[in-house]
Structures are given as C-alpha cells and as structure tokens.
Ligand binder design. Sequence first.
Ligand SMILES: Cc1cc2nc3c(=O)[nH]c(=O)nc-3n(C[C@H](O)[C@H](O)[C@H](O)COP(=O)(O)OP(=O)(O)OC[C@H]3O[C@@H](n4cnc5c(N)ncnc54)[C@H](O)[C@@H]3O)c2cc1C
Length: 446
Amino acid sequence: MVRRLLVIGGDAAGMGAATQARRLDPDLEIVVAERGRFTSYSACGIPYLVGGDVSSVEDLVVKTPAELRAQHRIDVRPGHEVVAVDLDRRQAELRDVERERTMRLPFDQLMFGTGARPARPDLPGIDEPWVHGVQTLEDGTRLLDAAESSSCRDVIIVGAGYIGLEMAEAFHRRGSRVTLVEASDHVMGRTLDPDLGARVAAALERLGVEVRLGERVEAFEGGRVITAGGALPADVVVLGLGVEPNGELAADAGIELGVRGAIQVDRRQRTSAEGVYAAGDCADTFDTIALRRIYVALGTVANRTARVAGINLGGGYATFPGVVGTAVTKICETEVGRTGLTERDAASAGFEAVTVSIESTVRAGYFPGAESVTVKLVVERGTGRLLGGQLVGGPGAAKRIDVLATALYAGLTVNDLVNVDLSYAPPFSPVWDPVQAAARKALGAI
Ligand SMILES: Cc1cc2nc3c(=O)[nH]c(=O)nc-3n(C[C@H](O)[C@H](O)[C@H](O)COP(=O)(O)OP(=O)(O)OC[C@H]3O[C@@H](n4cnc5c(N)ncnc54)[C@H](O)[C@@H]3O)c2cc1C
C-alpha cells in the first residue's frame, strides 16, 4: 500500500525534507502544503533584493512548484494552509487560501516545516501597513515596492539584529534616510560581545545610518515612531526584533514544545508524536558547546536538520549532532562573523573563560586591500579549548569564522589551532592568518 507523507511548509525545511525523502523512497506519496505563493525560496536574499543587488523576486526562488512536481514527483500545493492536525485519525485539515474552502487529507507520516514569524510586540500601531516584518517573499515584494516608491524618505529600523542591519543597508542604498533604534546599549547584542558590537555600530554610522541605542520604541502613529526619546518621522518601519517559531499548530495537535515555544525534537528530528518530524525555524536544536537545548533560526540549520528529517522519513537513519551557532553578515564593506559562545554566554553556561582580541589585516600588510580585522576568541581556562570566536573586518574577513566553527566542531584547543596547516599567500592573508594569530595570543593568556 502507498504511504503518504504530508509536509507542512514549502521552504528550506519542508522542501529539503521532502526532496531528501524522495531520494530514499521512490514509492512514497509526498504532498507539500504551503500557504504562500512561493516555494523553495531564499528569504536570506530579501535584503539584497530590496537593496538592488538582486533584480527580481523570482531570482530568489530556487525551485517552483511545477519544477518540484516534474523533477521530484512531489505534489506541491501553494496557497494551501494546514489549519488543524488530528493525530488520532491521522488526518490534516487543509484550507485553500484563495477559494476559501477546506478539505481533509489523511497521512501516514507528517513533517512540520512551518518556520517562524517576525516578532511583533504588542505596541500601539504595530499593525499599520507601513510597519513591516521580513520573513516571506511576499514581505520581500512589499518591502521592494516601498523602497522603490518616491515617498520612501525616512526609514526606521527597529532592532539591531543582523536582519535589521541588512535592511538598514538596503534602504540606505536606495537613498532613504535610515535610523536604527535599539532598546539595548549594543548592536547585535544577542550574538556579539559589546566590544565587537561597537565596531559594527561605528560601521553603520560611517555609512550615514543614525544609530540610536538604549532607546525603546513605544508606538507607531501617523507616520511617526514614538520612542522614549521623542518622535521620529517614518515613511517605512522595518521590524528586526527577532523571530518566534510557528509551533502553535503542533502544540494544538498535542505535540510537545521546547525552548522558546519551538517544537521539541530529538537527534533524528522526531517530535513527541509517532511518525511526526520537525526541522528548521519551527524546531529547537542542541548547543554542542553549552550542552543545552537552544533555538536558532538560520537557513544553514534549516537545511541540515531538514536533510536529517528527510532521510529518516524516507526509511534511512540519520542524526543531527547540533550546532555551535555560526553566522556571517556584512554592512557594506564591513564583514561580521561569529561562532560558539560569547563571553557572556560562556559565563552563563558555567565556563571559566579567558578572552583575547587581536588586530590584524585580511591580506599581507603591504598588499593592496589589506583592510583591518579584529578577532576575538573565548577560550576555556586551563584546558585551552576554544569556546567561541567573533570577528569584524574588511572584505575577506567574514568567512574566516568557518575555521573557528570547524575547530569548535572538532573540540580543538587553541594549541591545536596554532598548529593547523592553514594556507597563505599575500593576496589572501598575512603569514599568520588572523584566526591563528588570535590563537597564539590566547595560548599565552591561558
Ligand atoms: C531577511 C532574512 C535574511 C536571512 N539571512 C540569512 C542568512 O544570511 N543566513 C542564514 O543562515 N539564514 C538567514 N535567514 C534565516 C533563514 O531564511 C531561515 O532560517 C530559513 O528560511 C528557515 O527555513 P524554514 O523552512 O524553517 O522556515 P521558513 O523559511 O519560514 O518557511 C516556512 C514556510 O512554512 C509556511 N507555513 C507556515 N505555516 C504553515 C501552515 N500552517 N500551512 C502551510 N504552510 C505554512 C510559510 O508560509 C513558509 O513559507 C534570513 C532570514 C530572513 C527573514
């Protein structure tokens, strides 16, 4: 008898799991319900669409529903929202968004790839049409229209996480006056230590973005953003306050939730219900350094957890070890990378840590384009084990974080890192690569 896999959500996690399951099981019937118009798209590309690097929203679609049907024999249904799941009867209720009608669909296995939504605190005026979240390509289209409109002069970005910063650059490039309002005293405060965050704030100010730290937004009214410090004119507001996992549908079906309301999964991406899996931004994951469950909403994690879920759904066996929390971004020419624990994370996880910072260059000092880079390492006192790293620097800096991520994955000490046989030529790095120079300094400090 043919078994049916129903996948809820048609982006990175949902489609990643569906295509992976298909590779293993050619006979499985696979249905993907996606409430939006687009499937298999790159939300990560939205800031570059709005900023003008990417020319059309279609360029951000990796595979259309028609391609997925033809190439993978997956029954992809855009414009279909799953509104309820009955685990006892093994059936879901699907709503055809356009025709406003519902139908029941039986399933044998179920996969949640429902993602996340931008956090929208309960503030007066937050639902005004000029106050935008950024998550789906529909959001991207609305933001592009706003950026291209001649009335888009003053843009307020609320929240200084990486999405807020990328959107600040995008609107700046369109010629808008951009103000970034952040309640805490730091830029990228959840992912960088304040000393590195200060370098990012300085890069934004050099660009011409007004950075207002320690200022809380209280309301949005009549083309103005009201903060504790006064009223700021705003034609467009972009919310960059982080995301909340879409776990409610699973919770209503009786599935257990974990960290921050994300769906709790085990190492095989199984939820608490038999035959039901979850991956991507709707699910929690495991921090392999702090050894605790965490919530990380990143495309890298969505793709890797989806692969594991898909293998298991297709009848294979795979496990996901967890993450160290590696991410990169850029603000014009300034590149940022982070991995593992910050100084503050290390303290809260109970580590006795030493930190070191060095200044170096992304190329040999005499070579054209030898922009500066700051590297900070967080190292366990005594053992010398690397716990985390952050860097901020000119073009060529960011992807060096992957060396540190690999070191974290392998559990290397700074002594190991000093001895890793990294490459060198003047156009690429100084003879001691900045991450190795930082490891040398850490070796002295511990
Ligand atoms: C502006 C921006 C920039 C980013 N940049 C980066 C980056 O540079 N690097 C990085 O690693 N990550 C980045 N990310 C994060 C990355 O895009 C997400 O982690 C990734 O998209 C998560 O994939 P997902 O499939 O889990 O969730 P989503 O992409 O949110 O997809 C979930 C899908 O499920 C659908 N859905 C939800 N509920 C239902 C339902 N009940 N029925 C049917 N369909 C439903 C939604 O419509 C949505 O299409 C960025 C995100 C944004 C918004």
